[in-house]
Design a binder for this molecule. Structure first.
Ligand code: DX5
Ligand code: ZN
Length: 216
């Protein structure tokens, strides 16, 4: 499968959000990555339901919602109702991961789990078959524009091995500091969804940058 691109609207211009959503609609972006931060699980607050609903109203691409929040079970239904196509929770923020994933699927969404840079892929061995998506954090979550952590390649390899053995259709997503320098190696190693925020929205031509991430 060709890899997908999921630009992160955390790096969009919030005063011109409709314009930036339309830019993504008219690009080769496959999904729109939506970062939710609660100021507790991560040291930053992003935005909540009214903004996700507004994005959903204008977006023609699926919303890939990344919950960087403590005890995400409390809000899964609200994000599904707000228009999420996939919902990813952090393994570090979830006590009963299996139950949480079933709840996400019952709401008709793709179920994902995210791993912080220090969290080993081995923790997924007994849940791998129940996952639609794994999100490997390649920076510490909480902020856009950070530097890519090189240990990510090894983690993508590890999850690719697990996926080949137990869940060949798994989406393997990498999030944080992705650019045209690391994208080819990430894809060669097994990543099939690339999230990019600042690299897309800070570029002179975001649509072209998305196309290059997709094909380059
Ligand atoms: C970080 C977020 C990322 C962020 C990526 O906590 O999960 O999705 O938006 O932004 P860049 O690509 O700028 O690192
Ligand atoms: Zn994210």
């Amino acid at each position: 499968m060709n890899h997908l691109t999921a630009p992160s609207i955390l790096a969009a211009d919030f005063a011109n959000l409709q314009r930036d959503i339309e830019l993504l609609n008219n690009s080769e972006a496959d999904w729109i990555h939506v970062d939710i931060m609660d100021g507790l699980f991560v040291p930053n607050i992003s935005f909540g339901f009214p903004v996700v609903e507004a994005v959903h109203k204008y977006a023609t691409k699926p919303l890939d919602v990344h919950l960087m929040i403590t005890d995400p079970d409390r809000y899964i239904k609200a994000f599904a109702d707000a228009g999420a196509a996939s919902i990813t929770v952090h393994i570090e923020a979830t006590t009963h991961l299996h139950r949480t994933l079933q709840a996400i699927k019952e709401l008709g969404c793709r179920a994902g789990v995210a791993l912080n840079p220090h969290t080993p892929v081995a923790l997924l061995e007994d849940i791998i078959a129940d996952l639609d998506l794994v999100l490997i954090m390649s920076v510490n979550p909480g902020f856009g524009g950070q530097k890519f952590i090189n240990n990510t390649y090894k983690k993508v390899e590890d999850i690719k091995d697990l996926s080949s053995a137990h869940n060949p259709g798994l989406f393997i997503e990498v999030d944080g500091g992705v650019n045209l320098q690391n994208a080819p190696q990430l894809v060669a190693t097994g990543a099939n969804v690339l999230v990019a925020g600042n690299f897309v929205f800070s570029s002179d031509d975001p649509r072209q940058t998305i196309a290059r991430l997709k094909h380059g």
